[in-house]
Design a protein around this ligand. Structure first.
Ligand SMILES: *Cc1c(COP(=O)(O)O)cnc(C)c1O
Length: 339
């Protein structure tokens, strides 16, 4: 096995490590006790993102999961329900937190192949005011979802529908900057119409931790109480916020490189015998390989220093710790196995 520092790690964009400039910014950060609202770096990050996204206020969280949970709990009361995609992170990959900790019932509906939720399906999932039913309170969408971008036209139609039926709207924008890069539209345009948005700093933006939740003053006021309740009140969190501020000025424009690397990887792998690659939109490449070979493939790749999560439908993720040379090493690894 190679030492990790020599590996091409395609398992996720969460594996990115802080670059030296980011570490220097963290070391130099002005800090204070953020539970008292005293941390200048946290406050700067929150207000910078709120302004950029077109919201009144922001709140820094240790993780995206906690930011999403606080958002759901800030929008919904115990016994309310939220409409959400079967594939959504808030439904599928957050330990059932909305139900377990918020007593909020999910109403999942199928994601269309493009990642969207069919508007008619949303409409028919909204419950009438009847004592049999939970109160449908919220529509939650995700952009990007499974590497796919929701168009602004779609999100505007979906938020208009929700609004016309009295629902609130939350966007899990963990990778909203990838969507913005792919669509070449600013994030405030992509997020217009949503009541709240969560944004991850620890994926393609390359910080060690942190997400920011955005919304109006009252929503964020409630979310601050929930963050404390959920154990997310941090003290000198400015060391992390400084990493976020660094990422916003140094790691957003470069996301286009990750998308180009993903397209390059996809084209090369699609040419291999027995391999089929789904169309790529952002930094994720979904690759179908014979199920009985997937563990041998992962082992072969690990030998040559390429890390993947095994499966019949592989998800390969490009990010700032993988340059074009690393992508070419990964392609060589796949060729060595399949050719
Ligand atoms: C990563 C991610 C989150 C939050 O995950 P954390 O690991 O808790 O920061 C939320 N939504 C989506 C779509 C994600 O990819």
């Amino acid at each position: 096995m190679r030492p990790y520092s020599e590996c091409v790690d395609l398992r996720s964009d969460t594996v990115t490590r802080p670059v030296s400039g980011m570490r220097a910014a963290m070391a130099a950060a002005d800090v204070g006790d953020d539970v008292f609202g005293d941390d200048p770096s946290v406050n700067a990050l929150q207000s910078q993102l709120a302004a950029q996204f077109g919201f009144a206020a922001g709140l820094f969280f240790p993780s995206g999961t906690q930011a999403n949970l606080a958002a759901l709990m800030s929008h919904c009361q115990r016994g309310d329900e939220f409409i959400v995609g079967q594939e959504a992170h808030t439904y599928r990959y957050e330990g059932g937190g909305a139900a377990v900790l918020g007593s909020i019932q999910p109403q999942p509906i199928a994601n269309a192949p493009d990642g969207s939720l069919d508007l008619a399906a949303i409409e028919s999932a909204i419950k009438p005011d009847d004592a049999h039913f939970a109160i449908t309170r919220l529509l939650a969408l995700e952009n990007t979802i499974g590497g796919k971008v929701l168009s602004t036209q779609y999100t505007q139609a979906a938020t208009r529908l929700a609004q016309s039926r009295g629902l609130r709207t939350h966007l899990d924008g963990a990778r909203i900057f990838n969507a913005s890069t792919a669509l070449n539209q600013p994030v405030n345009v992509l997020c217009a119409g949503f009541d709240s948005v969560s944004v991850c700093l620890s994926k393609g933006l390359g910080t060690p931790a942190g997400s920011v939740l955005l919304g109006d003053e009252q929503f964020i006021h409630r979310a601050r109480r929930l963050r404390k309740m959920l154990g997310g009140g941090m003290r000198q969190a400015g060391v992390l916020a400084a990493a976020g501020l660094y990422a916003l000025s140094h790691h957003v424009e470069r996301l286009a490189e990750d998308h180009a690397n993903a397209a390059h990887l996809a084209a090369a792998l699609d040419a291999l015998p027995g391999v089929r690659v789904e169309p790529v939109q952002t930094n994720m490449v979904f690759v179908h390989v014979p199920a009985e070979q997937c563990h041998a493939l992962a082992a072969h790749l690990a030998e040559v220093g390429v890390l993947i999560l095994p499966g019949a439908r592989l998800r390969l993720v490009t990010h700032l710790d993988i340059d074009r040379h690393g992508i070419d090493r990964a392609i060589d690894g796949f060729r060595g196995f399949f050719c």
